[in-house]
Design a binder for this molecule. Sequence first.
Ligand SMILES: CC(C)(COP(=O)(O)OP(=O)(O)OC[C@H]1O[C@@H](n2cnc3c(N)ncnc32)[C@H](O)[C@@H]1OP(=O)(O)O)[C@@H](O)C(=O)NCCC(=O)NCCS
Length: 144
Amino acid sequence: MIARAGPAHADALAAIHAAAFPPCERWGADAMALQLALPGVFALLDPRGGLVMARVAADEAEILTLAVHPHCQRQGIARALLAEAGATAAAHGAVAMFLEVALRNTAARALYAAAGFAEVGRRRRYYADGDDAMVMRLGLTPSP
Ligand SMILES: CC(C)(COP(=O)(O)OP(=O)(O)OC[C@H]1O[C@@H](n2cnc3c(N)ncnc32)[C@H](O)[C@@H]1OP(=O)(O)O)[C@@H](O)C(=O)NCCC(=O)NCCS
């Protein structure tokens, strides 16, 4: 059900992002397409209403954004997208995956902790509203 998304899916990705994030944090279709054109960037789409975008550079991967439509949250969609993103990144040579999450984002922090991510640092006043970012890391299982 989860599939790779390309520039042709930019509108669908943006629609999910807009439903999940407040206006000031939304990525439009143009931003999605621009990101997808960058080296090492890939996106995965769950047609029920979920997306993850990540970048692989050398042996490290980074989650760029993750969103699930409010109508289908708490159904395991983000958990599955994260697992698939990790497998995809590992297949491209990544041995670890990093992300940044706002301290106030308790839902995402719970998701990442449950997925095995551990805190490895903080970025003070990283977000526009003054909130700190927590930097988290997950070791990836190498592809066979
Ligand atoms: C964070 C987000 C992606 C989670 O998506 P989701 O599909 O609802 O998450 P899942 O159903 O896969 O949840 C997996 C686990 O994460 C944790 N979790 C997810 N949402 C949670 C919430 N609102 N409160 C507490 N724990 C939560 C739970 O441990 C959950 O397992 P459980 O349902 O068996 O208890 C979604 O809430 C979202 O899009 N939020 C807005 C955008 C955002 O914050 N993105 C992340 C930016 S870093």
